[in-house]
Structure formats: C-alpha cells, structure tokens
Design a protein around this ligand. Structure first.
Ligand SMILES: *[C@@H]1O[C@H](CO)[C@@H](O)[C@H](O)[C@H]1NC(C)=O
Ligand SMILES: *[C@@H]1O[C@H](CO)[C@@H](O)[C@H](O)[C@H]1NC(C)=O
Ligand SMILES: *[C@@H]1O[C@H](CO)[C@@H](O)[C@H](O)[C@H]1NC(C)=O
Length: 434
C-alpha cells in the first residue's frame, strides 16, 4: 500500500514536471513571438501579442495625475495636478539635445524607448497620407513629443529649423529626422524674424520639398513648436475626407487697424520696420482678408502657390508686408481661382473658432461665457496674449472640432501636455476615450 502510494505520487510528480516544462516552453515561445520589433509586420502577429504590443505603446503620465478624471473636468483631480505642477516642476527636466544625439545613435532603440508607433494602424489611414510642414526653433523635447503624437509611417514630415537656432539644436533635429524615412529637414532654412515674410517662406520651403516627395499626400497641415494635436491621425483622415477638397482656415474681413500691415512697405533686418512708402494695391485687384498662420490646405491649393501666375504674383506682392502669414493664406482662400477656396462674399467669412486648423484662447476674448465671452479664462498662463493651456482647459479643448491646439508648453504645465499625450495615444491604439 505504502509502496503503491509512493509510486503513484512519483508518477504525478513527473506528469506535473512535464507540464511545467511545457508551460515554460510555451511562455518562452510566445514571449519570443511577441518580441517588440518596431519594424515587424503586425498582420502576422497573434491577438495576445498585439495586446502586449499596444500596451507598451501607451503613454501614461510620469507622475500620479489621473488624466482620465482631469479631461472629464474633475475638480479635485485638477486641483491636485496644479499642486503637483507647483511642487514637482523641477523634478521633470526635459531631455536635452545631447541626450537625443546619444539616443538616436541606435534608431531602433530610440524609436522603441521613445514609443513611436512605426506601423500603420488602418487601411483608411494608409491610403490617405497627410503632409506636415513643422516649423521649430528651440525646445527639442517639445518638438519630439509633437512629432511622436502625429507620427505615422505613411505620412510625410518636413521640419524647418530656424537658421539662427543653436547648432546643437539643428544637429539633434537632424538626428531625430534621420531615424525615419519619412521625416526630413527642409532643403532651405530661413532666419525667421517675428512678423516678417521669413515665417511664410519657411512654410513655402517645406511645401515645395513636400510636393517633390514621392508620397501622394492629400492635405497639408502646418505646425509650430507649441502645437499639439487634439485628434488622432485616424480622426484627422475622416475629417479631411469630409472637407472633400475644401481648405479650412480663418478668413475674415480685415479690421481697420490691420490695413496698414499691407498698405505700407516694410523693411526687415533683425527686426521688421514700417516705412512711409505706400504699396500698390494687390495684383488682380484681389480683396484682402485677415486670418492666421495655421492652415488645413488641399494638395491642389499648395500646388497653385507654385504654378498659378496670379497666385505667384500675389505671393510676391506679400513679401514686404507686416505679418504676411496673417493675411496671405486668408486672402488666397477667398480667390475663386484657388483650389478649395471660398467665395469672397461676407457670408463665407470663417472665424478661427469655426475653422478646424487651430484652437487658440486669446486673452482679449476670454471671460465669462454666460456674459457673452467665446470661452472661459485660461487656466495656464498667457504669453503674448495667447493662453498656454493648463489642465483646467483640457475638458473644453477636447470638445472642440479643431485638429490642433495652441499653445502647449511643458515648462508651463507639463501635466496638460502629458494628459493630451496619454489621451491621444490611448484613442490611437484602442479607438476609445481614456
Ligand atoms: C483614474 O480615475 C478613474 C475614474 O475614477 C479610475 O477608473 C482609474 O483607475 C484612475 N486611474 C489611475 C491610474 O489611478
Ligand atoms: C544634458 O543632460 C545631461 C543629463 O542630465 C547632462 O549631463 C548634460 O550636461 C546636459 N547637456 C547640456 C548641453 O545641457
Ligand atoms: C548614452 O546612451 C547610453 C545607452 O544607449 C547610456 O547608457 C548613457 O548613459 C547615455 N549617455 C548620456 C550622456 O546620456
């Protein structure tokens, strides 16, 4: 009896041993199968591996703020995040240029550790490439976080680095760009002087390079260093398809005080100066409109800038005006001959809030919505009369239709930026709200 029992238990022990070995082998196998190679074809991977792959691509905040509650406007979580910002601000120093130069020596390692999504997530997105003209001059980590949020392997990204940026900044941008086939630095770099023609020329340099690229992109979006997307790439594709060839940007009647911006000749050196020399009216008796630097433009719109003789003459005429970015695009988008434009009649005026290009909170307009203000006051900080968003602005921001918001700045409220990153990444991977 005793003997038999021993033999039976030995029998069970060996069965158990074999099954443990088998389980270990299986775990090892599926672990190998799930190796997180950014260049691996996802269509060949199992659901379990995909889940594992997606979860490592999530971007949770590096501190203990609860973004899910913050974006729903939860008062306690917002107050906590504000206290956190004040107390730990100095603990989260952004990555500097040297660190990016070091990291990007191994591109695969760089893309993995910085969690870039390197595979297309849907056929619809794959078949609708978007071109980006990204204008930057400092804050390398902000640039990289914006690129990471909008990066997909089928889009194409031109980066214009200010010619007067520090050499190490330029090197770091190039090092990041060199890790991707579809990210490049503009072939010509301008010294960008505030409110002068150079800001428009920077975009034009990228646009010309982008038209030469072999990617058949459908729409162009332009960004600056303090922009962040409010929509996922999949959502942008849906929205852009609905535009059906139309452009979207602010374009309104010119307020009287802005007329002098193009009625006089301006001169630019390290700064821009008005002269008393009057300019001739725009070519083709074009009616002038007022808007801003950020546009959603169809490929044909961009092509017309380099091909249509009257458009080219008008662009040339803009070169000695003040802040041409704030009237050139707006006016082009009301010229009948320009693809995707609107009629010049006043009924077609579009405000920055109605257009989808950029969501901005202007200090002069913010206030009590119940008393008629277009939006509530900034919960971050104002810089040059524009709100740098704080966590208290996120719920409102995410209810708007714009593709991008401006301004975000990690040195003012990194929690707002972290929550936007987590939200956009979550929606990108799972298609659901955070
Ligand atoms: C954040 O809050 C939500 C809703 O209350 C909760 O479900 C979630 O677990 C919280 N997340 C974290 C990381 O604490
Ligand atoms: C960049 O950061 C590293 C690590 O914090 C530091 O050692 C280095 O001095 C910094 N380099 C510059 C140029 O600030
Ligand atoms: C450079 O990167 C390596 C790993 O790739 C890391 O061990 C090292 O600390 C980094 N050096 C600096 C100065 O960041």
């Amino acid at each position: 009896m005793y003997f038999r029992k021993r033999r039976i238990s030995r029998y069970y022990v060996s069965i158990l041993g074999i099954s443990v070995l088998c389980t270990l082998a299986f775990v090892k196998n599926s672990f190998l199968e799930c190796v997180l190679d950014p260049d691996m074809d996802i269509s060949t991977q199992s659901t379990a591996c995909l889940q594992q792959r997606y979860s490592v691509l999530e971007l949770p905040p590096r501190n203990r703020v609860n973004c899910s509650r913050i974006i729903r406007g939860d008062r306690d979580s917002i107050d906590q995040a504000v206290i956190d910002r004040i107390t730990v601000k100095n603990k989260l120093t952004p990555m500097n240029e040297s660190q990016y130069l070091n990291l990007t020596r191994d591109c695969k390692f760089y893309k993995n550790t910085r969690k870039f999504i390197t595979f297309p997530l849907s056929k619809a997105e794959e078949h609708f490439p978007i071109a980006y003209s990204m204008v930057v001059h400092d804050q390398i980590e902000m640039f990289e976080r914006l690129l990471r949020a909008i990066y997909t392997p089928q889009n194409i990204y031109c980066v214009h680095v200010d010619a007067k940026s520090q050499d190490i900044f330029k090197e770091a941008v190039r090092a990041i760009a060199n890790c991707f086939d579809n990210v490049f630095v503009a072939s010509k770099l301008e010294k960008v002087v505030y409110a002068s023609w150079s800001r428009v020329q920077a975009d034009l340099n990228c646009m010309e390079d982008l038209l030469r690229s072999k990617v058949q992109w459908r729409y162009l979006l332009n960004t600056c260093g303090s922009d962040f997307p409010l929509k996922t790439n999949a959502e942008m594709v849906k929205i852009l398809k609905l535009l059906n060839g139309k452009n979207s940007m602010e374009t309104e009647e010119t307020p009287n005080h802005k007329m002098r911006r193009w009625k006089f000749h301006y001169e630019t050196d390290d700064d821009i100066h008005m002269t008393d020399k009057e300019k001739s009216p725009p070519p083709g008796k074009v009616r002038m409109f007022s808007g801003n630097a950020y546009i959603v433009a169809s490929r044909d719109f961009v092509r017309s800038l380099f091909e249509d003789p009257l458009v080219k003459a008008f662009v040339e005429w803009e070169k000695d005006t003040y802040s041409p970015d704030e009237h050139m695009w707006a006016t082009l988008n009301r010229m009948a001959r320009v693809p995707g434009s609107l009629p010049s009649h006043k009924k077609h005026d579009i405000s920055d809030l109605t257009a989808i290009a950029r969501l901005v909170k202007w200090q002069g307009h913010a206030g009590n919505v119940d008393e008629g203000a277009p939006y509530a006051d900034c919960t971050g900080e104002y810089r040059r009369t524009v709100c740098i968003y704080g966590v208290g602005d996120l719920q409102w921001i995410l209810q708007q239709h714009h593709l991008f918001g401006n301004k975000f700045d990690s040195s003012v409220d990194n929690n707002a930026l972290q929550c936007m990153e987590q939200y956009i990444r979550h929606k990108t991977l799972y298609g659901t709200e955070l």
